[in-house]
Design a protein around this ligand. Sequence first.
Ligand SMILES: *[C@@H]1O[C@H](CO)[C@@H](O)[C@H](O)[C@H]1NC(C)=O
Ligand SMILES: *[C@@H]1O[C@H](CO)[C@@H](O)[C@H](O)[C@H]1NC(C)=O
Ligand SMILES: *[C@@H]1O[C@H](CO)[C@@H](O)[C@H](O)[C@H]1NC(C)=O
Ligand SMILES: *[C@@H]1O[C@H](CO)[C@@H](O)[C@H](O)[C@H]1NC(C)=O
Ligand SMILES: *[C@@H]1O[C@H](CO)[C@@H](O)[C@H](O)[C@H]1NC(C)=O
Ligand SMILES: *[C@@H]1O[C@H](CO)[C@@H](O)[C@H](O)[C@H]1NC(C)=O
Ligand SMILES: *[C@@H]1O[C@H](CO)[C@@H](O)[C@H](O)[C@H]1NC(C)=O
Ligand SMILES: *[C@@H]1O[C@H](CO)[C@@H](O)[C@H](O)[C@H]1NC(C)=O
Length: 261
Amino acid sequence: ASEEKVVKGKVGEKVGLPCGYEIPSSESLLNYRVYWQKKNTTTEVAHAHSEGKEVNSSKSERYRNRTEMDARNLTLWISPVEILDNGSYQCIVQNRRTSRDTIVVSEKTVTLFVTADFSMPNITTDANGNFCETTEMVVRCSSHGGFPKPQISGTLNNKSAVWNDSWVSKSDLNLYNITAKLWLSVTKDINFTCSVEYNGFAKSTSLLLKKIEDCDIATELPPYNVITASSIIIIIFLLAVTLAARYLPRHGKCSFLFKKQ
Ligand SMILES: *[C@@H]1O[C@H](CO)[C@@H](O)[C@H](O)[C@H]1NC(C)=O
Ligand SMILES: *[C@@H]1O[C@H](CO)[C@@H](O)[C@H](O)[C@H]1NC(C)=O
Ligand SMILES: *[C@@H]1O[C@H](CO)[C@@H](O)[C@H](O)[C@H]1NC(C)=O
Ligand SMILES: *[C@@H]1O[C@H](CO)[C@@H](O)[C@H](O)[C@H]1NC(C)=O
Ligand SMILES: *[C@@H]1O[C@H](CO)[C@@H](O)[C@H](O)[C@H]1NC(C)=O
Ligand SMILES: *[C@@H]1O[C@H](CO)[C@@H](O)[C@H](O)[C@H]1NC(C)=O
Ligand SMILES: *[C@@H]1O[C@H](CO)[C@@H](O)[C@H](O)[C@H]1NC(C)=O
Ligand SMILES: *[C@@H]1O[C@H](CO)[C@@H](O)[C@H](O)[C@H]1NC(C)=O
């Protein structure tokens, strides 16, 4: 009834599972048998050692060429770690007293939690529409290639956001992708942070969501038109007055000439 040991390992890296038993320095591994097995619905042998040699015959194919065992403290080294390695392992140590008498001197369990790092979340935005007071946008946050199944959270200026939609997909290699969407009405610039959390690890990205400032042009267009229109009217009026001033005296002459003809 010893406490269970927990080890975390990352996909592709090397991890050491402690056996919790050390061969006394006075003794040789030759007199021991060591079994490292993974207990699931079935039992898979990850590593077996007998009479000073590794025993490959009983070893599961998945672990072939990926394990090594320390000859003194019996730590099992797995490299590279795979998702399927996640689970509980038993380290069973037997001591051969005589050719006929073998006793179990240690039987301990260690749990391996496998994780794979998610990519840094990628935030993208799409403006849906722009009105004077607000910019309607869809904010998307996604991250891929991690394990185990993650949680995704978002904050808007430090206040937690409620996603409108989110989904998780799993690849053949058991790795997860996650995407979440948020529909927002942005009335002023907001600092948006998206975090992906998995097995105690977290990755986050921040982005400043900017309100689109083309409202000014929209509201200032009418005054511009009024100014332009009035300027044109004033110019035409002034032109008319100038022309009239020059034309009127001649008009008198012309009408006089016409009359004469
Ligand atoms: C076992 O020995 C190896 C070196 O051979 C060491 O790196 C490791 O930390 C040891 N593990 C334990 C549980 O003592
Ligand atoms: C283990 O390594 C040997 C020699 O390097 C190779 O022939 C064999 O195919 C490998 N087995 C697995 C399961 O990768
Ligand atoms: C990984 O193994 C642990 C220990 O057996 C188990 O609790 C956990 O559910 C496993 N995780 C996944 C995602 O299978
Ligand atoms: C983020 O997502 C967009 C759209 O899906 C893509 O074009 C871009 O390359 C991604 N950026 C990174 C760093 O993954
Ligand atoms: C955000 O919240 C954290 C703790 O919840 C606080 O330490 C930090 O000062 C806050 N930042 C801002 C900009 O409000
Ligand atoms: C998104 O969620 C918010 C708050 O939960 C809700 O008010 C809004 O109607 C949702 N928008 C869409 C397009 O589903
Ligand atoms: C997960 O994301 C990666 C990178 O964007 C992509 O290549 C892969 O097809 C995605 N897998 C699934 C199951 O959606
Ligand atoms: C946004 O918020 C995050 C986390 O609160 C902080 O690390 C980051 O510096 C902020 N970015 C800006 C542009 O304010």
